[in-house]
Design a binder for this molecule. Sequence first.
Ligand code: ZN
Length: 148
Amino acid sequence: MRCEEFPDASMAYLDGEMEAEARRRFEEHLAACPACRAELDALRRVKEVTAGMRLADREDRDWELYWGRVYNRMERGAGWILLSLGAIVVLVFGAYHAFLSIWSDASLPAVIRIGIGCALLGIVILFVSVARQRLYAWVRDPYRRVQR
Ligand SMILES: [Zn+2]
C-alpha cells in the first residue's frame, strides 16, 4: 500500500470524516509509513494551534462584553452618586433657608417652629442616609452584579 492511495487522508482522518474501512486501511498504512505519520502529526499540531486561537478569540470577546457591562454599571453608579449629591446640596440649602425664615418668624408659636425645624432636619438625614447606602453598595460591588 502506497502513500498516493491516500490523498488528503490526514485531514479527513483528523476531521473524523473517513469511512470505517478507509480509516482502518489508513491506520494500517500509518503503522508502516513514517512519512504519513509525520504528516499526520504536523497537521494535528496545526489543528491544535488554530483551535487554541479560536478559543482565545472567544475569550477576548467574552472579556470585551464583560468589561462593557462593568463600565455600564459604573457609569450608572456615577450617575446615581452625582444625582444624589446634587439633590442633597439643593435639599440642605433649601431646608436651611426654610428653617431660617420659619425660625425668625416671631408670629409662629415656638412649638410649630421647632416641629417644622425637626421635620426638615429629618428629611435631610433620611436623604443623606439613602445616598450613603447607595454609595456604599456601589463602592462595594461594582462587579458582582454583572451577569456574564
Ligand atoms: Zn505513507
